[in-house]
Design a binder for this molecule. Structure first.
Ligand code: PGA
Length: 323
């Protein structure tokens, strides 16, 4: 039997997303390349592994067995690599991270510093939304995950590493841009551009308004913070975004942070990993790096904003290690 680790990890991704297309996005492959890997795996094993049910690709009974086997195999290989890397210390090693898309405004900066200091560490970074990061965290696929708020319902170790305030933005010529202490009820009368379902930003803002009995009128859903800013600049409505996304647009004054009562919503960036997971030397070192530098990196990424920025925000730091 000729099955490869690559085929197993591609199959796992398809099974997790129940989609060739989304697996291809996650793995940075073309959809046909993903399809071919799964087909070859099916041919080697001699059983169909996926059923198409509507738009979803669901593992067959045999596929479920392969999902479990693939997880065990990849975990075992990961543990072996980790032990070897630990033997070599930080001279060589691999660090796998999954981060929510909003963290891309500060995390790469931290990674850059870390990689400069540890040139032997190879980093694999997955950037996706909260829902997908939570699925990866539950499956223990990465050394560390970075999320905008603590993960719920999972047995993980999570620690706050920096502030993650959420603000409401508008074009500077919007009638609300010059008002102060705008009631949430007034904001909820405006057309909103929201992130896609599964986004942590969306979850947080919807919760805030729902807790006040309000529903945001959604004019448009967009899958990226950058697209949302362009839509706001284009005059399509208001949006809620993490303040970290706004450094450039805020600095040149093409978006304005509104002074909405209750905002900024104070949240904390979290670094998380499954409880009981053995952290590699590289992951431990990166956690230390986050604890020491994440606050500065986040502060630098959110600088120079006109309008209300929620200057004083309380920070709380939890333990970064399982004790
Ligand atoms: P998101 O998460 O990129 O999935 O919206 C960010 C956050 O929760 O702050």
């Amino acid at each position: 039997m000729r099955i490869s680790l690559r085929q197993l990890s591609v199959f796992l991704s398809v099974a997790r997303h129940q989609s060739y297309t989304r697996a291809a996005e996650e793995l940075n492959l073309t959809q046909p390349a993903v399809f071919t890997q799964v087909k070859q795996l099916e041919e080697s094993l001699g059983v169909p592994l996926l059923d198409r049910i509507g738009k979803r690709m669901q593992p067959t009974e045999a596929g479920q067995v392969v999902v479990e086997g693939a997880r065990e195999t990849l975990d075992a290989v990961g543990r072996m690599e980790m032990r070897l890397a630990d033997m070599r210390g930080l001279r060589e090693g691999r660090l796998t991270l999954a981060i929510v898309s909003t963290a891309q405004y500060f995390l790469p900066r931290l990674l850059g510093q870390f990689c400069d200091a540890n040139p032997g560490i190879e980093v694999a970074l997955t950037v996706t939304n909260r829902q997908a990061v939570l699925a990866r965290l539950a499956a223990g696929e990465d050394d560390l995950c970075i999320l905008g708020t603590p993960p719920e319902g999972l047995d993980v170790v999570a620690a706050a590493i920096a502030d993650n305030p959420l603000v409401i933005i508008a074009r500077p010529d919007h009638p609300l841009a010059s008002e102060t202490e705008i009631p949430p009820e007034r904001v909820a009368e405006e057309a909103f551009i929201l992130r896609e379902r599964g986004s942590g930003t969306r979850l947080a803002v919807e919760r805030f308004f729902r807790a006040r009995g309000l529903t945001l009128p959604v004019r448009m859903e967009l899958g990226s913070n950058e697209a949302i800013k362009q839509a706001v600049i284009g005059g399509l409505g208001l949006a809620a975004l993490s303040r970290d996304t706004l450094a450039l647009e805020g600095a040149v004054g093409i978006v304005r942070v509104l002074d909405v009562a209750g905002f900024p919503l104070l949240r904390q960036w979290q670094a998380a990993y499954p409880r009981g997971k053995h952290l590699s030397v590289a992951a431990e070192a990166f956690l230390d790096h986050l604890a020491a530098h994440a606050r500065d990196a986040v502060r630098d990424s959110g600088r120079v904003l006109p309008g209300r920025t929620g200057a004083a925000m309380a920070g709380s730091e939890g333990p970064l290690r399982e004790t």
